[in-house]
Design a protein around this ligand. Structure first.
Ligand code: ZN
Length: 103
């Protein structure tokens, strides 16, 4: 199966470039799922393409987002990223408490 993908893609990175062509690199090629397996992408020839290592990682970032990928790639150096979702200050209007006086 992978061999069929390799032949179809001519042993070259299929990452599309802005200029319209493809990367075409033959260096450090990996099999990439166009639709990630985690997202239900099938292991078919249609869904798999050749990408060079750099573009494979880039494609993964586009799918999963930088935050998730950073979790994997930054783990070793222990750097923390403080991206905890915090509501911006001032979004909650002050409550106008009016006391009703009975009488
Ligand atoms: Zn490439």
């Amino acid at each position: 199966m992978k061999r069929a993908v390799w032949i179809r893609d001519g042993g070259r990175c299929q990452y599309p470039l802005d200029s319209g062509g493809i990367c075409g690199s033959t260096y450090q090629l990996e099999f990439d799922h166009r639709k990630a397996q985690a997202l239900g992408g099938p292991p078919t020839i249609k869904n798999i393409r050749l990408l060079c290592r750099a573009h494979n990682q880039r494609a993964a970032r586009e799918v999963f987002g930088d935050a998730l990928m950073d979790r994997y790639t930054r783990r070793s150096n222990g750097e923390l990223f403080d991206s905890a979702p915090v509501a911006p200050a001032g979004t909650q209007p002050p409550r106008a408490v009016k006391k009703k006086r009975s009488g």
